[in-house]
Structure formats: structure tokens, C-alpha cells
Design a binder for this molecule. Structure first.
Ligand SMILES: [Zn+2]
Length: 215
């Protein structure tokens, strides 16, 4: 997802409270001076993803790493990943080239989006609670129930109620996946989550993810 400024982590998509918020400087502040003050140089990330990312980058630091990954503010990362009912995130099979698949995979590893409960156990030694997989699974279930209700009663009131639930729950990509066949709900989700409309193909009112930027 490309989100200019939302209240959700750019990586794991959970809602972020002010207490649990890191403004991430994509380029090191010291090296780039004024650049660090420009808006498009920021990503909002939760402390969990940001901490994991710092450790990951520290472990594999190498020249040019920034260019080799998919970034939520530059690339259509919604297009890059698939979500399922178990709360798992995997690289989408729809990505055209091996290079793009590798970029998406590196970002997945960097932010720890593929962390398993076993990995999470050691991660807790860092003092952070990792519960994102189960939270994603719960969000999927909630979205499925909302979908069933909407299929029975596809009214505007019902749609507004779904958007309210989605905003409270977070996990934009999960709601977009579950409501894949309902462009009216999807367009409301794009607005609610402040996702960039340019990421989605509005032609034919299908609102499918569009391949833009580098991915
Ligand atoms: Zn996060």
C-alpha cells in the first residue's frame, strides 16, 4: 500500500497509537541533511516493525540495500503480497519478474512480516510483544463476517459500518482481499485508509491493484 499519511503502520498495517509510533527516516538524516525534513522521506511504522527492521539491517548491512527493496512509499506493496485467513503474508505469485519478487521478499524479511510464532518467541527478548499474526487472522475473520452481512444486505448503511470496523481494526490489505469482489466497498477502503488511488485501476470500476512505480 502506498499511504501518504495514515494512522497505520506502513509495513504490518496495524493501527498505531501515538505511544507506539516511529517516524522512520528512509535515508539517514546525517547524510542527507535537508532531505530528512521532506514529507516523502518519511514512513510511519510501528515500533515493532521498526525495531525488527533495525536489527535486520544491522545484521546484513551492505551498500545499496535501499535500492533493492520494495518500499511502501515508492512501490505498490499492496500488489506485492498475498494474505490469508491464518494471518500469513507471502510474496504474490502475480509479480511479473524475478527481480520484483526478490525486492518484495527482502522487504517481507526486513520488516519481519513473515515472522512465525517460533521466531516471535526470541523476538520477545527485545521487550516487544509480537502478536501480529494472530491479529491479522482475527482481522480476516472479522472481515469475512462483515462480507457475509454485506452479501445479505448490501446497503449504504452496511457499507459505512464495514468501513468503520475496518478503520478500527486496521489491516487494509486484508479487508481489500476479503472484499475483492466488491469495488464499492474497496473504493471506500482506499479513502478510509488514505491509500493512494493511483495504486488501483479504476477502469471498469473494478479497483484492482495496479502495477506502478518500480513494482
Ligand atoms: Zn508494524
Amino acid at each position: 500500500m502506498i499511504a501518504a499519511m495514515g494512522e497505520f503502520c506502513a509495513y504490518c498495517e496495524r493501527p498505531i497509537e501515538a505511544m507506539n509510533l516511529d517516524v522512520e527516516h528512509i535515508k539517514p538524516q546525517k547524510k542527507h541533511g535537508k532531505l530528512a525534513l521532506t514529507w516523502n522521506n518519511f514512513l510511519l511504522a510501528c515500533t515493532s516493525c521498526n525495531t525488527y527492521k533495525r536489527h535486520y539491517q544491522g545484521a546484513i548491512r551492505q551498500t545499496g540495500i535501499l535500492r533493492k527493496q520494495a518500499w511502501p512509499h515508492l512501490d505498490n506493496t499492496f500488489f506485492a503480497y498475498s494474505y490469508d485467513q491464518h494471518g500469513r503474508v507471502t510474496v504474490s505469485t502475480g509479480l511479473g519478474s524475478v527481480e520484483h519478487q526478490q525486492m518484495a521478499q527482502r522487504t517481507l524479511e526486513m520488516a519481519g512480516l513473515d515472522r512465525t510464532p517460533a521466531v516471535a518467541a526470541s523476538y520477545q527478548s527485545l521487550g516487544l510483544v509480537y502478536d501480529i499474526t494472530s491479529r491479522r487472522g482475527k482481522a480476516w475473520n472479522k472481515a469475512q463476517i462483515a462480507l457475509a452481512a454485506y452479501q445479505q444486505n448490501p446497503t449504504d448503511i452496511q457499507r459505512q459500518s464495514i468501513l468503520g470496523q475496518a478503520e478500527e481494526t486496521g489491516f487494509f490489505s486484508i479487508w481489500m482481499s476479503v472484499f475483492a469482489a466488491h469495488p464499492d466497498v474497496k473504493s471506500g477502503l482506499v479513502t478510509t485508509f488514505k491509500a493512494a488511488p493511483a495504486c488501483f485501476d479504476g477502469m471498469g470500476n473494478q479497483l484492482n491493484p495496479r502495477q506502478i512505480g518500480r513494482i
